[in-house]
Design a protein around this ligand. Structure first.
Ligand code: PLP
Length: 269
């Protein structure tokens, strides 16, 4: 038996997000990422989804009171260092989450999940303004993909130049650091992401992995950033490491039935 003092202390993180019954995205992807990267993951479920790799069939949101009960249960005993939010779905859940997190001193990664790869709405229209107003000001980092960035800025982002200026525009609008993910920019063989923290611009690019159509990559990316932040890396380091992690997880994708799943556990730290 190990002595108490010899046991490794594991950083604690929390994901506040939706489930995916297909096991590819949402809290399922987050927990696998946390486990692979050596942090202890707590979970606050915002909503349940009946989902598979092809489509989201139904969404059943938790009551805001139950979301708050889960938050209280976690924070009274576990004090996560870093928290990420994913699919929050409705305005009342966002309000409860934001007013709870405001009273803590956590580092917060906001993945502004709006629409799934399969085209399903994962954030109600009425919730978008609440997310901008209540959640973004608390964020250490917001991680929009191209479509989410375009929607949050109100204009399309068509090339690398616009991705870079879009990141700065986002910071000016919402006053929080942003990782603008350009993975789906047309005509590029590189997956380029831009981090703008209000002072410095960091570019991350790795070859775009073709021929596999995975889902849950956005969730996995923000979960990995969360894990690396909890391990003590700076924001720019955490993003760089998380990008390598996701890239390897996509490259190592495995076949599940007619679909693909990320290889969450192939990463050599
Ligand atoms: N389902 C849930 C519960 C999610 O949280 C997310 C993303 O955050 C998705 C689906 C969307 O994942 P993807 O766009 O990779 O299909």
């Amino acid at each position: 038996m190990q002595e108490e003092s010899e046991r490794i202390a594991m950083p604690i993180v929390l994901t506040i997000a939706g489930t995916d019954s297909g096991g590819g995205a949402g809290v399922m992807a987050d927990l696998k990422t946390f486990a692979a990267l050596g942090v202890h993951g707590c979970v606050v479920v915002s909503c349940l989804t009946a989902q598979n790799p092809a489509r989201v069939l139904e969404v059943s949101p938790c009551s805001p009171e139950f979301v708050e009960a889960q938050l209280k249960a976690v924070f009274t005993e576990l004090s996560p260092k870093v928290v990420k939010t994913g699919m929050l779905y409705d305005e009342k859940i966002i309000q409860k989450t934001a007013s709870f997190l405001k009273k803590t001193s956590v580092c917060l990664v906001v993945d502004p999940v709006m629409i799934s790869t399969s085209g399903a709405k994962l954030l109600r229209e009425e919730a978008i303004e609440v997310m901008k107003r209540e959640l973004f000001p608390l964020a250490t980092l917001v991680t929009p993909n191209l479509d989410e960035l375009a929607s949050l800025l109100g204009h399309p982002i068509l090339n690398e130049l616009e991705l870079r200026s879009g990141a700065k525009e986002f910071y000016e609008l919402y006053k929080c650091p942003v990782l603008a993910k350009g993975g789906h920019l047309k005509g590029s063989h590189l997956a380029l992401d831009i981090l703008w923290d209000g002072i410095h611009e960091y570019s991350y690019s790795l070859p775009f992995v073709r021929d596999v159509s995975t889902h849950g990559t956005g969730c996995t990316f923000s979960a990995a950033i969360t894990a690396f932040l909890a391990c003590g890396f700076t924001l720019s380091e955490a993003v760089g490491r998380a990008k390598c992690y996701v890239n390897e997880a996509i490259r190592g994708s495995v076949r599940i039935s007619r679909y693909y799943a990320l290889d969450w556990f192939g990463f050599k730290k």
